[in-house]
Design a protein around this ligand. Structure first.
Ligand SMILES: NC(=O)c1ccc[n+]([C@@H]2O[C@H](COP(=O)([O-])OP(=O)(O)OC[C@H]3O[C@@H](n4cnc5c(N)ncnc54)[C@H](O)[C@@H]3O)[C@@H](O)[C@H]2O)c1
Length: 449
């Protein structure tokens, strides 16, 4: 096992990775171009918001140092993970604008190193990028040959923000595209030391791993969209209940129950982009990608469908309260979140919107400054709204059952996208409008499915 691991990019994925490796006793050198992130990690404080990260960093037995000096970090480590952002490019693929400068720096540092070094590309890239751009650049700048003095693996992650620490240590599987056996063996040994359980490693060529990363996320987005399609059908079918239908689907071992909630669209920094990237790849090489394209199109239509529903129910001059701006609970990330997109859609039509998120008010303000109003508390948002939309299934939003039941509370309409609230508790105090339920479906207390 090498003496130290360097991690370049201390963002939402890289910072928790650094913490997890140190948690397992490894010596970690974190690198970032942001002085604030470097300073935070050096103090063992989280450079990003992520549940559990502060505790892991504070208690990790492994040494953690942080620097802006990539050269020094590569020199002093045996493995370098590259975890910088890969923004979407206009064609739907991933830009290497941050990855390639890092590869140049890593390559130049390796020119002065005599010992073997493993470079692990964790940033999501398009199929063909590791072999087409990353490898030649590393070889050119280092003067070394991949598969001999230098190993290169593509090793993307499938973590979800909000549970990065747990997901990183307990993955369903680890995906590895390898330049050669030695590189793959070294990365496998590293994971065996770090993982909390014996997850399988899927080892393959770079291009297969690059495609597999996009395929996994595109498959999941297709599944989510399928469940959402069932929800829209149930809404128009007397007596139908999407939770009852998907609970049957989930029992089929060919399908499985995860990601079958039947609610509103997916968002976040990975799902929408990976889906589009797979479609862009297919189009670019003349292969059909109808399924990925239909998933994306259907998902984008979810916000419009929800907005129409809101507008049908909203009293004249009424205010919409949007509850949940993060794309999922336990994160402050608002990229492509349904709550944010809905707020923007309604506000752009001149509808007064007041929104609240337990964690993401600030990031929403940064993403869309002044576009709509933000309430500092759930109570204030509920008080100011005539119609409420529960857009993110934060457990804290259950408190609405109590807030709306207070004698002084106004009677409002509540569109419950995730069917979080108890219709029995709300009966008589709010007009309860769950998505995914047809008229006449039994309204007994709904247990979490
Ligand atoms: N966030 C997720 O949920 C997630 C999940 C799976 C995969 N990914 C992929 O992981 C990669 C990283 O994503 P992220 O969300 O952590 O990004 P991020 O934007 O949160 O973090 C990237 C970090 O890289 C740093 N950086 C950029 N250029 C640098 C340079 N030249 N030298 C040093 N540091 C530099 C930035 O300052 C930033 O701190 C992306 O390719 C993303 O697609 C992300």
């Amino acid at each position: 096992m090498p003496e130290a691991i360097s991690i370049v990019g201390l963002g939402r994925l890289g910072a928790p990775m650094a913490a997890c490796l140190a948690h397992k006793g490894l010596r970690v050198i974190g690198v970032d171009s942001s002085p604030a992130k470097v300073a935070a990690l050096a103090r063992r404080e989280p450079p990003v918001h992520e549940p559990g990260l502060a505790e892991v960093l504070a208690n990790a037995p492994g040494e953690i140092t942080a620097t802006m000096d990539l050269h020094e970090a590569v020199r002093d480590s045996g493995v370098t993970f590259i975890v910088v952002a890969t923004p979407s490019d206009p064609g739907g693929g991933f830009s290497l604008s941050q990855v390639l400068p890092v590869c140049e720096g890593v390559g130049r540092a390796l020119r002065e190193k005599a010992s073997y070094h493993l470079v692990v590309l964790t940033s999501t890239v398009m199929p063909g990028a590791t072999g087409g751009q990353v490898r030649p650049l590393l070889e050119d700048r280092s003067g070394k040959t991949c598969g001999r003095e230098l190993g290169l693996c593509y090793n993307p992650e499938f973590i979800a923000l909000g549970s990065v620490v747990r997901d990183f240590l307990n993955p369903d599987f680890v995906l590895v595209g390898e330049s050669d056996r030695r590189a793959g063996d070294l990365l496998e040994a590293l994971y065996r030391r770090v993982l909390d359980r014996h997850s399988p490693l899927a080892r393959m060529s770079w291009v297969n791993a690059e495609l597999a990363k996009l395929a996994v996320n595109t498959y999941v987005t297709t599944k989510i969209t399928f469940a959402n399609m069932l929800a829209r059908i149930c809404e128009r079918l007397d007596g139908a209940d999407v939770d009852v239908v998907t609970s049957a689907l989930g029992l089929d071992s060919r399908i499985g129950k995860k990601y079958l909630k039947g609610a509103i669209g997916y968002g976040g920094p990975c799902f929408p982009r990976d889906n589009l990237a797979l479609a862009a790849l297919a189009r670019g090489i003349g292969a059909p990608a109808d399924l990925a394209e239909a998933t994306d199109r259907t998902n984008r239509g979810e916000v419009e469908r929800l907005a129409e529903r809101v507008l049908q129910r909203l009293p004249r001059d009424g205010t919409v309260g949007v509850l949940g701006l993060s794309y999922k609970p336990d994160t402050d990330v608002v990229e492509e979140s349904q709550g944010l997109l809905l707020s923007l859609r309604l506000a752009s039509a001149g509808i007064p919107v007041v929104a609240f998120d337990p964690l993401a008010n600030e990031s929403a303000q940064r993403a869309a400054p002044g576009a709509f109003q933000l309430a500092p508390t759930l109570e204030e948002c509920a008080r100011r709204a005539d119609l409420l939309v529960l857009a993110t299934p934060w457990p804290q939003l259950k408190e609405l059952e109590v807030l709306l039941s207070r004698p002084a509370s106004r009677r409002v309409a509540v569109i419950d996208c995730w069917r979080q609230l108890d219709p029995v508790l709300l009966s008589g105090v709010a007009e309860y409008l769950p998505l995914g339920i047809g008229s006449g479906a039994p309204r007994a207390r709904r247990e979490e499915k």
